[in-house]
Design a protein around this ligand. Sequence first.
Ligand SMILES: Nc1ncnc2c1ncn2[C@@H]1O[C@H](COP(=O)(O)OP(=O)(O)OP(=O)(O)O)[C@@H](O)[C@H]1O
Ligand SMILES: [Mg+2]
Length: 249
Amino acid sequence: MILEAVDISKKFPVEKGMFGPASARTVALDRVNFRLMEFTTLGIVGESGSGKTTLARVLLGLIPADSGTIRFNDAFISDFRKDVQIIFQNPYNSLDPKMRIKDALYEPLIIHSVCPRREMRGKASELLRIVGLDDAAMERYPSQFSGGQRQRICIARALACGPKLLVLDEPISSLDLTIQAKLLDLFVELKEKFRLTYIFISHNLSVIRHIADTVLVMKHGRVVEHAAAHDLFERPAAEYTRQLLEAAR
Ligand SMILES: Nc1ncnc2c1ncn2[C@@H]1O[C@H](COP(=O)(O)OP(=O)(O)OP(=O)(O)O)[C@@H](O)[C@H]1O
Ligand SMILES: [Mg+2]
């Protein structure tokens, strides 16, 4: 086991005066429990606002949970900052527009002391090749790439420090369909190559069916169902899962 989440809860304050009393709080996560095995992909699905991104952010330590514990397997995750990386939905916001691609790739290499400076260019070039881009990308700026290419650059950046667990929050949703399929293939390939574990968040059930080993279904901050992907799609146990599958047909 690489990760265990135990009774994770999180509320956010609701803006004053907008809805109800000033003290109202939105329940974003309500006692979420799950376990994640090494080298598997956990798919997370659920309607908009069900708490998927909040869960990802809590797992990454980007925001604190109100209660609950997150345990990482010590042997596998030894340096959290290096071993756990996240990729967001929008590759336009995730890259600094004023930074050349080579500098965007050098940054994690420097922060995590991955290699000596003289080896950085070679390492950056290797990272680009791994995600299907060539060296010409190095001197260019993010605005000179398509959305799909930018997401590949974000993936290269995430891989720079040799992570073990990647949290992918709707990583292909903003891209057009043919690009989505290519990136999905890339994720599958990278997982094999680098023995990665994924948490893959998506609205798209066919994408989840394709990539996930187990699937967590969320609604209003709760885990409605967590099952092997095959079972969940063939024999959904929860009424809500049935509705989701039905709606996607
Ligand atoms: N920073 C925040 N401040 C206040 N409320 C928040 C904040 N972040 C999330 N929420 C609320 O928490 C709930 C869960 O939001 P979250 O972004 O986790 O949903 P999601 O499942 O990722 O949705 P989507 O599929 O649209 O990305 C929502 O009601 C949302 O409005
Ligand atoms: Mg989200």
